[in-house]
Design a binder for this molecule. Structure first.
Ligand code: NAD
Length: 496
């Protein structure tokens, strides 16, 4: 299924045959390759090489560093279809979403190229005569990237393109569920390196490994920044370990994203947004819509329309024009069924959620998306189950809706559908949604790269991608220069 693809993408057969770790496609559950997992002990050597590369790369002018990323963007354009297909095969995304993920990589390349000429610092008025102050931004060092299975290529690109133009080297530990896309990214990056010509060896490396390899990256003092994307469970382990050695981390963890659906909402828009946000990527996006908080006066109509849309959505092989592909594996399916059983115990009425196509694909896990009408925000609703389960809760007044939106441990994405300006503005105000993303009349998923991406509370607080997220990949230095013949002290201190 993948040999031709990997060959075109430049991955040598030796990298994905005869390994000790089988790679499954969620499309039919079959083994499509086997890679060699690198032991934790191999990580140190890669970090050492990246450290050396960093020492050379940090003095390359930033716009020249941007040229490497520009070339990478060109390579990605050329191989978009192949890489997108590999994302579909390995992560189970439908073709449109696989291509969309590669487009997101291209977009962040463009962003980073522009950024390479805009790593601006401030000039600051000094209180002392004959002095000036400024802020300089310098590269940090080796950036460790740990990524999740559900965005197997874009998250790495968000981090790596910014890290590179900022003058850093990168060591990437992708999910053990998606090593092939990682090998393909590395092969494509090497094509860009070849065109660039004189980048230092080992500037961006990949470690095909499991959690132990990830931990070796997390614990290494030569890695000043660890950007880790995955579950809150993982972040709870990674965050304190990095902090214990005074490293920095960018944590992008689980979400539990809600829509407030107000009585004035354009219901046609809202129902379409529910559909894309709740069932896209088979409910396996960090920004997937998991809760609808709907005004009691429109609840029955909304539930009926969403159920009708759910009934029509095509489920099956993600490469064949369906809208819902498979769950990543059996454990995911089991977690979904457990959550649905728990929701029933907590008073929920479940619609959908059954396994589909089991006869055709006995080793793959396709499901009908589930809608669960809940009597309130019970315990199960407060957890992220990484599957297409949409909990629906009714509200009577807007304060209650806001409270429900915020009353979960996670804080990634949120949205409101309303045509009432007061509600929309309150939702985005300091006293409104407590999430990193708060949208009006747009669903919770499908962010653009231009904005800073990330969330609060158990989502980890990190920001990646656009806006000034680049600052996390650099160190800030305050510089004061005395061009006078005196040595005045700050705060007017006299020390003669
Ligand atoms: P996961 O936490 O199981 O694994 C993520 C990565 O962390 C993998 O590479 C894994 O090997 C590594 N890892 C796990 N434990 C580790 C440890 N102790 N030390 C170092 N590395 C460790 O997550 P997953 O199942 O691959 O992905 C789904 C989760 O990711 C969901 O919770 C989803 O919401 C979240 N996610 C968040 C974002 C975001 O931007 N906020 C984006 C995508 C996915």
């Amino acid at each position: 299924m993948v040999d031709g693809l990997l060959d075109r993408l430049g991955v040598p057969a030796s990298a994905y045959t005869n390994g000790n770790h089988p790679v499954h496609t969620p499309i039919d559950g079959s083994v499509i390759a086997s890679v060699q997992l690198e032991p934790a002990s191999a990580v140190g050597a890669k970090i050492a090489q990246a450290q050396q590369a960093f020492e050379a790369w940090r003095t390359v002018p930033a716009p020249r560093r941007g040229e490497l990323v520009r070339l990478f963007g060109e390579v990605l354009r050329e191989y978009k279809a192949d890489l997108g297909e590999l994302v579909s095969v390995e992560a189970g995304k439908i073709t449109q979403e696989g291509l969309g993920e590669v487009q997101e990589m291209i977009d962040i390349c463009d962003f980073a190229v522009g950024l390479s000429r805009q790593l601006y610092g401030l000039t600051i008025a000094s209180e002392r005569p004959g002095h000036h102050m400024r802020e300089s931004w310098h590269p940090l060092g080796v950036v460790g990237v740990i990524s999740a299975f559900n965005f197997p290529v874009a998250v790495w690109a968000w981090n790596t393109t910014l890290a590179l133009v900022c003058g850093n080297a990168v060591v990437w530990k992708p999910s053990e569920k998606t090593p092939l896309t990682a090998l393909a990214c590395q092969a494509l990056f090497e094509k860009a390196l070849a065109k660039f010509g004189d980048a230092p060896a080992g500037l961006s490396q990949v470690i095909i490994g499991d959690r132990d390899a990830g931990q070796a990256l997390v614990d290494d003092p030569r890695v000043p920044l660890v950007s880790a994307t995955g579950s809150t469970r993982m972040g709870r382990e990674v965050g304190p370990r990095v902090a214990a050695r005074f490293g920095r981390s960018i944590l992008e963890l689980g979400g539990n994203n809600a829509m407030i659906l107000a009585p004035s909402a354009d219901l046609d828009l809202a129902v379409r947004a529910v559909l894309f946000s709740a069932v896209g990527t088979a409910g396996q996006r960090c920004t997937t819509l998991r809760r609808v908080i709907v005004h009691r006066s429109v609840k029955d109509e909304v539930v009926a329309r969403v159920k009708s849309a759910y009934g029509k959505v095509r489920i099956g092989d993600p490469r064949e024009g369906n809208l819902i592909g498979p769950l990543i594996d059996k454990a995911s399916y089991q977690a979904m069924q457990d959550a649905l059983a728990r929701a029933r115990d907590e008073g929920g009425q479940v619609f959908g959620g059954e396994r589909q196509l089991a006869e055709q694909y006995p080793n793959a896990y396709y499901v009908a998306p589930a809608i669960v009408e809940m009597p309130g925000q019970t315990e199960v609703v407060r957890h992220e189950t990484f599957a297409p389960i949409l909990y629906v809760m009714a509200y009577d007044d807007f304060d209650e809706a806001l409270r429900l939106n915020n009353e979960v441990p996670q804080g990634l994405s949120s949205c409101i559908f309303t045509t009432d300006l007061r509600e929309a503005e309150r939702f985005q105000s300091a006293a409104g949604s407590d999430c990193g993303i708060a949208n009006v009349n747009i669903g919770t998923s499908g962010a653009e790269i231009g904005g800073a991406f990330g969330g609060e509370k158990e989502t980890g607080g990190g920001r990646e991608s656009g806006s000034d997220a680049w600052k996390a990949y650099m160190r800030r230095q305050t510089n004061t220069v005395n061009y006078s013949r005196e040595l005045p002290l700050a705060q007017g201190i006299v020390f003669d």
